[in-house]
Design a protein around this ligand. Structure first.
Ligand code: HEC
Ligand code: HEC
Length: 444
């Protein structure tokens, strides 16, 4: 784009504004024909606030639970299935796994710094909002941990280890709300520490290399990242459509489609009944037809699944970026890139391509006008990556080991007479199924 006098003026204003801790950006109409200038003030980057207050005793319980495989219905998985500390508290596949026999249809988001988030990843508010609701949903949903919230309470009560923890901390037996709150309290401690950028903006000039420092300047200037990745979280917590490409695997894998349909139907997303695929598995085949008979919604409608507002179509929440080097692949479906170099290239090209052909229902499918080609040189791209990687990666996460609780013991039989009596009545002809029950329980 040619530097018009207006543009030069905007850059000068930006220069002055940076001194005041604000960045001023010039945005050009998407057509780019006429340089239509608006000055947008966005907050500067800021250090991460102190970790939220947590009660150490409750965190202990939560940690024990987070890694306990009994969290899942089959007693074989915990949150770690999709949020593994060794994988940046996320997962290294484009699409998250699901409970055995299911798959998710999105990338597993890291739980790092989610404590600071207001509302959910897709902007759920109210009943849907906040860590507590997100975790409750994860825990009991069929394609996450599939755990019946009533049953799991009884499982916990079978363990003297948990019973003691609860008695000491909560003063009563495990209950569903206290179990969920303990998980939340632990999740709140998964917070970035010693991030070089934070030290740098607080005055430690040594904290970042020359490359990363230049990367930060680009981040706030030419590369325009700060338009959305700003403030203390490096996220404006708003929703944007970057035209991240569809992940073709989601349209092929039946289990991923099952999860997607399940979620969209649960949320009563209107598009679910508008954009469905007929028989030709091809983008050309967008048809406004009902999603019955196994037809699939064609793409992830993003924030719109929550708001039902067509203007939110295919918008996703701006990602927080501290410790982002730990969590490839990137984007809601892993399609922004498998490395930070690829993500920078994605933005350098001006985001993803618009999908073709344009169907009448795509009228609301608009790429965010703030996303456009950046013209970064090879050196500038390397500097930006250095900032995202070295500048934003904090110290290692140390996870204290959890205790292995002894398994619950069978309760002692109180009276052999009672035992016999119980079984005798089941064995009587009157019930007629003594044999079957005997075999089932292994009592011969
Ligand atoms: C089967 C995979 C899977 C399991 C198991 C799982 N998660 Fe998640 N989690 C995800 C995915 C995928 C996302 C992001 C996409 C979404 O929410 O649809 C996510 C998002 C989150 C978020 C961010 C929420 C938000 O809305 O910002 C938190 C916090 C979280 N999970 C915590 C947990 C905890 C705690 C557990 C264990 C009780 C857990 N998760 C179990 C896959 C999983
Ligand atoms: C118009 C707003 C906007 C601008 C400008 C922007 N981003 Fe983003 N960024 C987002 C959104 C929204 C997402 C989440 C996209 C998704 O999940 O599909 C995201 C995701 C990312 C991710 C992936 C994080 C993850 O964990 O998956 C990285 C890395 C990133 N941005 C870096 C940058 C950099 C570097 C720049 C500047 C070159 C930039 N962004 C400019 C809005 C923006």
């Amino acid at each position: 784009m040619k530097a018009t006098p207006l543009r030069k003026y905007a850059i000068v204003v930006a220069g002055i504004a940076v001194a005041f801790g604000f960045f001023v950006a010039m945005s050009v109409a998407p057509t780019g024909v006429q340089a239509q200038t608006t000055i947008i003030a966005v907050p500067d980057v800021a250090p991460l606030p102190p970790a939220p207050f947590t009660d150490a005793r409750i965190v202990n319980i939560g940690r024990q639970m987070y890694f306990d495989k009994l969290l899942a219905a089959d007693g074989q998985q915990g949150c770690k299935l999709c949020h593994d500390p060794k994988l940046g508290w996320a997962h290294d596949k484009q699409i998250s796994p699901g409970y055995p026999g299911t798959m998710h249809f999105r990338n597993s988001q890291s739980t790092i710094n989610t404590a600071f988030r207001d509302g959910g990843y897709l902007g759920q508010t109210g009943l849907w909002g906040g860590l507590s609701a997100a975790i409750q949903y994860k825990w009991s949903s069929a394609y996450f941990l599939a755990r019946d919230g009533r049953l799991v309470v009884q499982v916990w009560r079978a363990f003297p280890g948990y019973m003691n923890m609860w008695k000491e901390v909560y003063g009563h037996m495990p209950s569903f709300p206290t179990m969920r709150d303990s998980l939340v309290e632990f999740t709140k401690t998964i917070v970035s520490k010693d991030v070089p950028m934070d030290a740098f903006i607080q005055g430690n000039d040594e904290a970042m290399s020359a490359m990363a420092k230049n990367g930060l300047n680009l981040f706030k200037g030419k590369a325009r990242c700060i338009l959305c990745h700003n403030g203390a979280l490096l996220s404006n917590e708003k929703f944007h459509n970057l035209m991240v490409p569809k992940n073709p695997i989601v349209d092929i894998d039946p289990l991923m489609q099952v999860a997607r349909r399940f979620e969209f139907r649960n949320l009563a997303t209107p598009g679910n009944d508008v954009w469905c695929r007929g028989n030709v598995p091809d983008l050309v085949d967008y048809q406004p037809q009902p999603c019955s008979q196994g037809r699939e919604p064609m793409f992830d409608m993003g924030h719109m699944t929550v708001t039902k507002d067509w203007d939110d179509l295919h918008k996703f929440k701006t990602a927080m970026l501290r410790d982002v080097s730990r969590t490839p692949p990137y984007g809601h479906n892993g399609m922004m890139g498998s490395s930070l170099e690829e993500v920078v290239e994605f933005y350098n090209k001006g985001g993803g391509a618009m999908w073709q052909p344009t169907h009448v229902h795509f009228a609301k499918m608009v790429k965010d006008p703030q996303i456009k080609p950046l013209g970064l040189t090879t050196g500038e791209r390397a500097d930006l990556v250095a900032f995202l990687d070295e500048g934003l990666t904090g110290s290692e996460f140390v996870v204290e080991t959890v205790i292995a609780f002894p398994p619950p013991q069978p309760r002692p039989v109180q009276s052999s007479l009672m035992y016999e009596t119980n079984w005798t009545h089941l064995k009587s002809d009157k019930y007629g199924k003594g044999e079957a029950i005997d075999t089932l329980h292994g009592h011969k």
